[in-house]
Design a protein around this ligand. Structure first.
Ligand SMILES: [Zn+2]
Length: 392
């Protein structure tokens, strides 16, 4: 068995946590279950399920393989039977006694050293310095562009000022703000079929003007497409990577226009091909496309998050299928953990196991030696991400 247990882990895509105290069984399920409506979506006027349907949804969430796996991992950590109530009791006692100490022990057990956090969710955004101070691991903050777009849309500024403020705030975030890269969830809004020609300033100007006059049509898509292009350019100016959500996600995702393949025209376009772009979630369930893109486009990377851990039993297959085409130097580990620290924990445990199993199979095929497989595991779990984000 390939030994990966001792390897350090950088979780390249996750979110800051919310609750530091004990939680009820219902709250724990709600906070760790996959696919709820994101806070940003609610902020923008999204409508949640009514109470009855919601509690039925939560009950079934505990029957997902991902959730069962998390209960098993935590039971192992606490040394109790794999029973949700027993695990939750231990967990609540631990956070009540010493939250940071508990997270430190939990992450020590999984080897988690670093969290690359997308501060766009939850909303309102938490303060990176405060989050960094309270977590016993290295924190690398990312700035999400959609909350800024939402904020600017609420104002009455004209086209010129809208575009200038977008650039100013984003640039400041990457400069003195200390954010180490940008993130976009345009796949949740108008989809990934972004024309590279959207970069012209005229398109942004015209789109804001049409929105302000209420003669919209597809002006919102034109605006978001333009601003994504600007975000890529700002990333290149500041020499930081851009994360773009691809594939499945919270239930408001545009499930038809979230395939990584829609980004091909944009990312191979001369003006953007120098930007380092991480295809978040490797576009699962379209991860074969993301692996291909990491192969043919020199600065495109993909992470394994969300499919691992939320697609529970698919973890090993995802690693194997992404590695069919993606170079091992361009695949990074991530969990998409949010709200509570336990998702990142079970993600790292499952991710390590899946990686070991997938790489062993590759060794059996005679494709990699044992030594090369161990090196590949270290690269995917942390080295590639450290290089991508310049973490030394
Ligand atoms: Zn996420």
């Amino acid at each position: 068995m390939l030994d990966v247990a001792h390897l350090p882990v950088v979780d390249v895509h996750c979110h800051p946590f919310l609750d530091r105290g004990p939680v009820t069984a219902e709250q724990f399920t709600d906070m760790t279950a996959f696919g709820g409506g994101s806070g940003e979506y609610m902020e923008e006027g999204g409508v949640d399920f009514d109470e009855e349907v919601r509690s039925e949804l939560l009950r079934t969430k505990r029957d997902t393989l991902y959730f069962r796996r998390m209960v098993h991992d935590l039971a192992g950590f606490f040394g109790v039977e794999p029973d949700f109530d027993a695990v939750l009791k231990k967990r609540n006692e631990a956070v009540e006694k010493d939250y940071a100490g508990y997270v430190g022990r939990l992450y020590g057990d999984a080897g988690l050293t670093t969290l690359v956090l997308d501060f766009g969710n939850p909303q309102p955004a938490l303060n990176p310095a405060e989050v960094d101070a309270e977590l016993p691991v290295e924190v690398v903050p990312l700035f999400r562009i959609e909350p800024l777009i939402a904020e600017l849309l609420k104002t009455d500024v004209g086209p010129r000022e809208f575009l200038e403020r977008f650039e100013q705030v984003t640039s400041d975030a990457l400069g003195r703000g200390g954010y180490r890269g940008l993130k976009s969830v345009i796949a949740y809004r108008t989809g990934l079929d972004v024309s590279p020609l959207s970069r012209t300033r005229d398109q942004g100007y015209q789109a804001v003007d049409a929105i302000r006059r209420g003669t919209g049509g597809n002006a919102m898509k034109k605006l978001r497409d333009h601003l994504l292009c600007r975000a890529l350019e700002l990333c290149m100016d500041h020499d930081v990577p851009m994360q773009v959500h691809t594939g499945m996600g919270d239930r408001e995702v545009n499930l038809l226009r979230c395939r990584p393949a829609y980004l091909m025209d944009l990312l191979r376009f001369p003006a953007f091909r120098s930007c380092r772009v991480l295809l978040v979630h490797a576009g699962y369930p379209y991860h074969g496309e993301a692996g291909y893109m990491a192969n043919v486009l020199p600065r495109v990377y993909c992470d394994l998050s969300e499919g691992i851990p939320f697609a529970g039993s698919a973890a090993r297959r995802i690693v194997g299928e992404v590695l069919e085409m993606a170079p091992v130097s361009k695949v990074v580990y991530g969990s998409d953990g949010y709200t509570l620290p336990e998702i990142n924990y079970t993600g790292a445990k499952l991710g390590k196991r899946a990686l070991a199993l997938a790489l062993e199979e590759i060794v059996d095929l005679g494709t990699l030696s044992e030594t090369e497989a161990s090196q590949a595991a270290a690269m995917i779990l942390s080295d590639n991400a450290r290089e991508l984000y310049g973490l030394g």
